[in-house]
Design a protein around this ligand. Structure first.
Ligand SMILES: *Cc1c(COP(=O)(O)O)cnc(C)c1O
Length: 423
């Protein structure tokens, strides 16, 4: 059962100032979750979460997480500058990018961030870009190749991904070479990083990944003669988008990683290695709703409800066929005795927030909460069909609401146009 963090009465009040559609985030939920994460890894002295900025690139959100002890994980110039302007600098920046332009490495170095290299050729590339003055802290991204699976076959895989087909990271031989080279170039603190599966809804993913990286760290110590300072488990801990799934238990995940740490790293003399994470979805997705209003209903071969949001506000259903739970506000307890496709206005038939979804009877003017839109939601917005970006609001801990990004205007839409045209 998924319960919205706002009520119909609250939304009726909010729309007097901020019309639908809008994204709204729950400050209390964000803080409590960040605290639970930090607690789960408190056994590790150097532990730090670097929030994946791409999930929710809003300075107010970054600052809330920073107050809870999190840094930023950036991957572009704009994300680095977002971190800078949010006052999150130095050791609090992780730069896990790929196919990176030289100026972005330079910017990260200026900010004092940790550069995480995606490829062995980037060692020389960065060295040249920085005129030989390497950052104090750097890491290398590992790709083990092959297929990564978790869970029992026959019962259906819980997790399957194919690192062998993914563009990211280095092979083991390359990572050992790269680390030797970083050391010889004077990098003081060196780490490793890997991201093997996305949106995992199992407590096994991080411990399994940790086991792989911890064993690699031992081999790196033997073969490269380098003792790592940190190991970055990256993102990938997911959330249950469908109401039938059990959420991950971050305390169990933290303990699972702790066990691997004690089994593998401690006996190898690496008990002081810091654990880092770069979670995005887990930190924000459940704490964001897309709130939209039913503006049309249509009956042809199926029943349709047309809402005032569209895939430009939340792309995941159109792009991945992703399920996002929907609650009709004020009808939380009503029977689910209607079957609807809930659609947006794009001239694309995949612009549907729900297909054949059992919902209560929806009336024009009803407010719908689209759940789990807090990460990879607003940030994946776009302007197709001339649709504009919606506002982002924050529900504060005292239940007040503030706007943390205004909606885009028609003037914004025209602002980048140059050339041979006139009004
Ligand atoms: C996207 C991304 C993350 C965050 O992933 P989530 O699935 O949102 O946790 C972390 N690190 C890197 C390098 C990424 O590309």
């Amino acid at each position: 059962m998924k319960v919205p963090f706002i009520t119909k009465e609250q939304v009726e009040e909010i729309v007097k100032t901020y019309p639908t559609p809008f994204h709204i985030y729950d400050e209390k939920g964000i803080r409590e979750n960040a605290r639970a994460l930090n607690k789960a890894f408190s056994w590790n002295k150097g532990y730090k979460e670097y929030f994946a900025v791409k999930a929710t690139p809003n300075p107010t959100i970054l600052k809330i997480l920073h107050e809870e002890g999190c840094g930023t994980d950036c991957s572009s110039m704009a994300e680095l500058i977002l971190s800078e302007r949010s006052g999150i600098l130095g050791d609090d920046i992780m730069f896990s990018s790929n196919d990176t332009p030289a100026e972005e490495f330079i910017k990260c170095a200026e900010l004092g961030g940790t550069i995480n290299l995606d490829d062995i050729t980037h060692v020389d590339f960065v060295c040249k870009a920085l005129n030989g003055k390497m950052p104090r802290k750097m890491s290398c991204r590992f790709n083990p190749g092959g297929v990564f699976t978790l869970g029992k076959s026959g019962e259906g895989f819980q997790v399957m991904d194919t690192p062998g087909d993914s563009k990211y990271g280095m092979t083991e031989d390359q990572i050992i070479e790269a680390i030797k080279k970083l050391k010889s170039l004077g990098v003081e603190e060196i780490g490793i990083h890997s991201f093997l599966a996305s949106n995992t809804v199992t407590n096994e993913y991080y411990p399994t990944l940790a086991g792989i990286l911890f064993e690699l760290a031992v081999r790196i110590q033997q073969k490269a003669g380098v003792k790592l300072s940190f190991i970055n488990l990256s993102g990938g801990v997911g959330i249950p988008y469908t109401p039938d799934k059990e959420p991950n238990d971050i305390a169990v995940i933290g303990e699972g990683v702790h066990k691997k740490f004690d089994e593998i790293l401690v006996p190898a003399g690496m008990g002081d290695v810091s654990i880092y994470t770069e979670l995005g979805r887990f930190m924000l997705a459940p704490y964001g709703h897309l709130v939209t209003k039913a503006i049309h209903e249509k009956h042809i071969y199926k029943e349709y409800i047309g809402v005032d949001a569209c895939a430009a506000n939340l792309m995941r259903p159109a792009m991945y066929g992703a399920y996002h739970h929907i609650t009709v506000l004020g009808k939380e307890d009503a029977p689910l005795d209607h079957v609807y496709d809930v659609t947006g206005s794009l001239c694309e038939n995949n612009d549907k927030f729900a297909i054949d979804r059992e919902l209560p009877k929806i009336d024009i003017g009803d407010f719908l909460v689209i759940h789990d839109a807090g990460a990879h939601g607003h940030s994946m917005g776009y302007n197709y069909n001339g649709r504009l970006w919606s506002a982002e609001l924050l529900l504060r801990e005292d239940d007040s609401v503030i706007q943390i990004r205004r909606p885009e205007t028609i003037e914004d839409y025209f602002a980048t146009l140059d050339g041979y045209w006139d009004i």
